[in-house]
Design a protein around this ligand. Structure first.
Ligand code: ADP
Length: 233
């Protein structure tokens, strides 16, 4: 199993952000993680990636327990956070070199050329990050998340704020990566889930409200948007 989440609880002070969250994601799945604002999506993603600690419950990534193998697990996960923090004054290659060195990647120049090509950054590769459009900044974020060739990609709202063309391009990229990787993707956009995900997990007020294959929803003529509204009303 690529991601195994068991009975995760997390509170901020008195506020319960996650209540008894459990699910598994198998290798090769692209899972859409849907929920209203404040439902707990970012909190769970940060916990999976090791940036936050759960209060109780356990997580394993590629069958490795998070608490016992945190360094190894970080090398298996690529994370694009909602804010996509980038060093805006760096050139694209400079930034990817900086990230690649943190992961101690061998043949880094070759890997950077490969990831620049994969993420469609070639035409802009001579630029500084602050000279890029939002869509290209997202590509740099994805390139950085993928540079160490992780098995699992955790993407927190990777398409928010993109124009329709950029949206399609980034979705195509995620679909392409999803052929080889396991992807957990949070989004507010139902179409996106219908288009690129094989499964949807809906979270509401810190609890799992549903976990379904997109093909099952379609088979039963259930519109994802209506379903989501009913579950989160
Ligand atoms: P989502 O990503 O689904 O919008 P979050 O995980 O960001 O949800 O937030 C879940 C709940 O936890 C919200 O009520 C939010 O206000 C609260 N929360 C998130 N981060 C913090 C924090 N650092 N300190 C206190 N409360 C937080």
């Amino acid at each position: 199993m690529s991601i195994n989440i068991k009975k995760i609880n997390k509170s901020y002070g008195n506020e319960k952000a996650l209540i008894n969250i459990s699910f598994n994601v198998a290798k090769g799945e692209i899972v859409g993680f849907l929920g209203p604002n404040g439902a707990g999506k970012s909190t769970l993603m940060k916990i999976i990636c090791g940036y936050l600690k759960q209060d109780s419950g356990s997580i394993s990534i590629c069958n490795l327990d998070k608490e016992e193998n945190i360094i190894l697990i970080k090398s298996k996960i690529g994370y694009l956070s909602e804010k996509n923090p980038l060093y805006l004054d760096m050139f694209i290659k400079e930034y990817l070199t900086f990230i690649g060195n943190i992961y101690k990647i061998n043949n880094l120049d070759m890997r950077i050329s490969e990831i620049i090509q994969k993420t469609g950054l070639e035409i802009e590769q001579h630029k500084k990050i602050n000279e890029l459009s939002k869509g290209f900044k997202q590509r740099v974020g994805l390139a950085a998340a993928m540079i160490h060739n992780p098995d699992v990609l955790i993407l927190d709202e990777p398409t928010t704020g993109l124009d329709p063309n950029q949206l399609d391009e980034i979705r195509d990229l995620i679909s392409e990566f999803g052929k080889e990787k396991t992807v957990l993707l949070s989004t507010h956009i139902m179409q996106e889930v219908n288009k690129i995900c094989s499964r949807v997990i809906i979270i509401n007020k810190g609890k799992i409200a549903d976990d379904k294959l997109i093909s099952d929803l379609k088979k039963n003529n259930i519109e994802l948007e209506d379903h989501f509204r009913k579950l989160t009303a």
